[in-house]
Design a protein around this ligand. Structure first.
Ligand SMILES: *[C@@H]1O[C@H](CO)[C@@H](O)[C@H](O)[C@H]1NC(C)=O
Ligand SMILES: *[C@@H]1O[C@H](CO)[C@@H](O)[C@H](O)[C@H]1NC(C)=O
Ligand SMILES: *[C@@H]1O[C@H](CO)[C@@H](O)[C@H](O)[C@H]1NC(C)=O
Length: 475
């Protein structure tokens, strides 16, 4: 700062008589020094803080990485040429040619290949199939494809929900080492293998730097862990050596379950649906279809209209004259009506329609379950409805669910008043806005709904954001 300029500004305030002038000049000097020190301090303060500013300016100028989308993901599917013909139908359900990147890694070159599936590659031979498949993340990494942030691994009988996958991975910094997946639903499996392992059939995601570390270590890991059973165990063992733990995402589903997985799909956690597996071991997910593929297509049809909302539950209550009904919707799949009041804390618990994988046990799952009343207690069973139509409207979707029994009904029918009224309801129709995938970056929250019965005995449900302060309470 220029002192003379300063003093000239100050001059008018200082008259010039001899002594008083001297004192005043000193005072003025002291004042100017003080000003100088102050201005230096102010300058230094701003100079210092400019050092911390760049991160903020970068966000503003868009220099931070763009949001993760499908184009940043490579899908790597472990397959074998022998089983491919039977398994290809699964990948045809979710793979979008030209819009996604990835490969099916085979043991030997196939003679023909459909363009409805990811292109094939032959992976490096290994003495054991599990070791060959454990290596495919590393092989995919080794191809050094441009602009990759995540490698998503799966089996040839895994179904993925790709837009949801991108929305979930968007939450994580792809420049850090991440290993994202989920454990098995059966306690026996987790106790035998690990609770901290991403089960390979449910699929898992590995960030670019994590794949780099895995690629560097995999050959050694495969030698050291040759005694292990699966490819996913080998990958997990290697990540344990790297020191990267499993980041759990509840939307991955290994489906280590036997029997009907209806209960699980009707009460999905409040998280995006990412994968389903083992569907060739369980009956069709919807009894409206005789084949599993057709049943799955119906769910996939719904996810085409609104993937982020797939299987999201909402609960509403209908007070109709003397009757009180509880309604649960699992969007794109099923609705349930109970002619009595059931709180969210019960409705969000899967009805136990399935058993554990190995021992067919009905108790040891990694989540709570509730009992479905036996057929001889028909007054304690809800009515259920399955997706039969999806319509895309301007603002959102209209999905219709048709009534279907539990498949094991006895001769007894519930004679209670509420059941008779409910029995007349043949259809549930759900309207909902299209869900923004970016909503999944926020803290998860179940959406609210309202229901009314129209004169054609259709229950109309409208799913919407909860209002400020709104809670879902039966009374
Ligand atoms: C995905 O992100 C890339 C930038 O990384 C962008 O160029 C591309 O348009 C995005 N794709 C979609 C479908 O949003
Ligand atoms: C899925 O949608 C297509 C048309 O979009 C339709 O032809 C087909 O019947 C639907 N499938 C099921 C199982 O709902
Ligand atoms: C229905 O709920 C209301 C409270 O909303 C309650 O007063 C009434 O007794 C209930 N009726 C039956 C039949 O449970």
């Amino acid at each position: 700062m220029d002192e003379s300029a300063m003093s000239s500004i100050c001059k008018p305030y200082f008259p010039q008589p001899e002594l008083a002038g001297k004192i005043l000049r000193r005072a003025a000097k002291a004042f100017l020094y003080a000003l100088l020190i102050l201005s230096t301090a102010v300058f230094l303060y701003f100079f210092r803080s400019t050092k911390t500013i760049p991160a903020i300016t970068l966000i503003a100028s868009g220099d931070l990485p763009s949001p993760t989308n499908l184009s940043h993901i490579i899908f790597a599917i472990g397959g074998s040429t022998k089983t491919w013909q039977r398994r290809r139908e699964y990948c045809e359900l979710w793979w979008k040619p030209g819009k996604m990147r990835g490969h099916v890694w085979l043991d030997v070159a196939p003679t023909e290949w459909p363009d409805t599936c990811p292109p094939w590659r032959v992976s490096k031979p290994a003495a054991k199939q599990a070791a060959r498949i454990a290596r495919i993340a590393a092989e995919e990494y080794g191809m050094r494809v441009e602009g990759v942030r995540w490698f998503v691994m799966g089996d040839d009988d895994t179904i993925f929900f790709p837009e949801n996958m991108a929305a979930v991975l968007e939450k994580y910094d792809h420049e850090e080492m991440y290993y994202v997946g989920a454990a098995s639903e059966s306690v026996e499996q987790d106790e035998k293998h690990s609770y901290g392992m991403a089960y390979g059939g449910g699929g898992f995601a590995v960030s670019y730097p994590a794949a780099a570390a895995l690629a560097g270590g995999i050959d050694g890991c495969l030698r050291r862990y040759d005694r292990l059973y699966g490819s996913d165990q080998r990958v997990h063992a290697c990540f344990s050596e790297i020191g990267v733990p499993l980041t759990r995402e509840p939307g991955f589903h290994q489906v280590d379950l036997r029997g009907d997985i209806y209960g699980l799909l009707a009460a999905h956690p409040i998280a995006p649906l990412l994968s389903l597996h083992h569907l060739n071991y369980v009956p069709p997910i919807s009894p409206l279809f005789h084949s599993q593929l057709k049943a799955l297509r119906s769910l996939i049809n719904a996810t085409r209209a609104d993937q982020p909302r797939a299987l999201q539950q909402s609960f509403c209550y209908l007070h109709d004259g003397r009757l009180n009904w509880s309604i649960s919707v699992s969007w794109g799949y099923t609705a349930q009506i109970y002619p009595w009041l059931l709180s969210p804390t019960e409705l969000e618990v899967p009805i136990r329609t399935f058993r554990t994988w190995k021992t067919s046990d009905i108790r040891h799952f990694t989540f709570n379950t509730r009992e479905l009343a036996v057929p001889s207690r028909p007054c304690e069973r809800p009515l259920r409805y399955f997706l039969e139509a999806v319509e895309e409207a301007k603002e959102g979707t209209v999905t219709e669910y048709r009534r279907h029994g539990w498949g094991d009904e006895g001769k007894e029918k519930c004679g209670k008043l509420g059941f008779e009224a409910m029995g007349a309801v043949k259809k549930v129709r759900v309207t909902a806005s299209r869900m923004d995938p970016m909503l999944w970056r926020k803290a998860p929250r179940r959406q609210c709904c309202g229901a009314k019965k129209n004169d054609k005995n259709i229950i109309d449900v409208h799913v919407r954001d909860c209002r400020p302060g709104e809670i879902t309470s039966p009374i």
